[in-house]
Design a protein around this ligand. Structure first.
Ligand code: TRP
Length: 332
């Protein structure tokens, strides 16, 4: 049962790693879980966006399922949220084509993510350029009010809003113009080895990143060897003490306690105390997620069945929007 009388939310995560990292978990997944209580929620795995850069087929398949399993293990309930895989709902690339024809070359080539990613690739696919039109389609098909995304996707959301308005202006009111909810915590979690950089899968050292599927030993080791700062005082000062401040942010996010409260508790104690306790908190929080993920991955038929059901529910809504669009633009 979806909550169809509630406002709608849509978001997606790319299937490009074996494990989501702590930034994804705190920034995105925990928000998704909260929103499913108050919204008619659609969450999908963006495997079509993943192939804008080269992917190994076996790896992509595995990562798609692993990401789905982590969604559920982190608390997304398939009875409350519609959880699906992007490529299983053909209306996404169908609407994307229409929106590609609504987007100008100039707009697409001005996207900073396109500029960054294409500068790093030897082979720049056309899909990397049209990526934001597919993302707009992902969103507009469902007419959501709310789209939670990381700061790096803000510009794509702005383009989505422009495309919705442009289409509505030309063909009459068709799409809801969605609001972005910029997920603050993703931007606030930094690499443990290099607290000047965001925690991300593109950081060189895996030691700096907490993966939600890390086992207790790996978690403890990474947290204990986190880079800290000069001095000894435990204080929240991101400018001068980025390492300790990052540990405090993580601690606060995992426990829902305020940073001030944690700082007060550690007055007069050493960095090592904070690390030991944080490692314990991380193990306590993430171990059940890890165990549930591995359990779900043991029965892939059942996991695939959940995704098939999600794709069916999503298709019913997406196809209605697509039909209206096709009709308005004169497709017979
Ligand atoms: N591009 C997003 C990212 O890399 C993932 C994504 C694809 C998405 N389609 C979406 C997010 C639609 C929100 C809504 O993070």
């Amino acid at each position: 049962m979806t909550n169809s009388s509630q406002p709608r939310t849509v978001s997606g995560i790319q299937a490009t790693s074996d494990s989501l990292h702590l930034g994804n978990y705190i920034g995105a997944l925990q928000q998704f879980v909260t929103h499913q209580e108050s919204h008619d929620a659609f969450y999908f795995i963006a495997n079509m966006h993943a192939i804008t850069v080269e992917q190994d087929p076996a790896e992509l398949r595995e990562r798609t399922l692993r990401t789905a399993a982590q969604f559920i293990a982190a608390g997304l309930d398939p009875e409350k949220s519609t959880i699906f895989v992007q490529s299983q709902v053909p209306a996404h690339p169908q609407l994307s084509w229409v929106l590609e024809c609504t987007t100008s070359m100039g707009e697409a080539s001005r996207m900073t993510q396109f500029k960054d990613k294409s500068a790093k690739q030897e082979h720049v696919s056309l899909g990397l350029l049209t990526y934001p039109a597919l993302m707009a389609a992902d969103i507009l098909l469902y007419n959501p009010q709310l789209v939670p995304v990381g700061e790096d996707q803000r510009q794509h959301l702005e383009l989505t809003r422009n495309l919705a308005e442009r289409f509505n202006y030309r063909f009459g009111k068709t799409f809801t113009v969605p609001e972005a909810q910029i997920l603050k915590a993703t931007a606030k979690i930094y690499d443990l080895q290099n607290p000047g950089a965001k925690m991300s899968k593109s950081q060189p050292s895996p030691q700096g990143r907490i993966d939600i599927l890390d086992d207790a030993k790996a978690l403890t080791k990474k947290i204990k060897s986190a880079v800290t700062d000069d001095g000894t005082e435990i204080a929240f000062d991101p400018e001068n003490k980025p390492g300790v401040s990052n540990l405090l942010t993580i601690y606060s996010s995992l426990t829902s306690r305020s940073v001030d409260d944690i700082v007060a508790e550690y007055e007069g104690k050493m960095y090592g105390h904070l690390k030991v306790d944080l490692a314990e908190v991380a193990v306590e929080t993430l171990t059940p997620v890890r165990e549930r993920t591995l359990e779900l991955l043991e029965d892939r038929t059942q996991l695939q069945a959940i995704l098939d059901r999600g794709a069916e529910k999503a298709s019913a809504i997406a196809e209605a929007t697509l039909r209206e669009v096709y009709d308005k633009i004169g497709f017979i």
